[in-house]
Design a protein around this ligand. Structure first.
Ligand code: QAP
Ligand code: CO
Length: 163
């Protein structure tokens, strides 16, 4: 099990660097992240949340949707377009106990590499789209709290600091 960093750990604010080696140690990291995420009841987890400042994350919507295979690994992702607006109640393993509505694109196109370095792209809607935007933000040191309207954000961060 990996340790998940929690707010306000300054390491969550770093900008991560690209994955450049698609080797055994990367695969081990992704597998350990998946294990950690499942054990914590999460649906998404980015490498910087476990203290590894590399541009990769995983998403697993199986818990949420119960249907098809909905497990994804995104390496060096780039959101190339966004359309429409949706609002989802978001949480984050790095901000335990907080769930708040956040506005995002309803549909996105994302280019990325898989664990072998193969280039891929995907059009994602609704929950998957929201999860990819939330996790991509982690790679740039952005938390969902940073996406809240000013007053809401102040209210929540004050409450978190008091504990
Ligand atoms: C990001 O979030 C996300 O507060 C992943 O006590 C959020 O896995 C993607 C969690 C919303 C799409 C929509 C949060 C677990 C997990 C908590 C998570 C908690 C226990 C959050
Ligand atoms: Co998060």
């Amino acid at each position: 099990m990996l340790e998940v960093l929690t707010y306000p750990d300054p390491r969550l604010k770093r900008v991560s660097t690209p994955v450049d080696r698609f080797d055994e140690s990367l695969h081990r990291l992704l597998d350990e992240m998946a294990e950690t995420m499942r054990a914590s009841g999460g649906i998404g987890l980015a490498a910087p949340q476990v203290g590894i400042p590399r541009r990769c994350f995983i998403v697993d919507l199986e818990l949420q949707e119960g249907m098809r295979a909905r497990r994804f690994e995104f390496l060096n992702p780039r959101i190339t377009s966004g359309r429409g607006i949706t609002t989802f109640d978001e949480g984050c393993l790095s901000v335990p106990g907080v769930t708040i509505p956040v506005r995002r694109f309803q549909e996105i196109t994302v280019s990325y590499q898989d664990r072998n370095g193969t280039a891929r792209s995907l059009v994602a809607r609704d929950l998957l789209s929201v999860a990819i935007q939330h996790e991509s933000d982690h790679l740039d040191g952005i938390l969902f709290l940073d996406r809240l309207p000013f007053w809401k954000r102040l209210l929540v961060t004050r409450r978190l600091k008091r504990g």
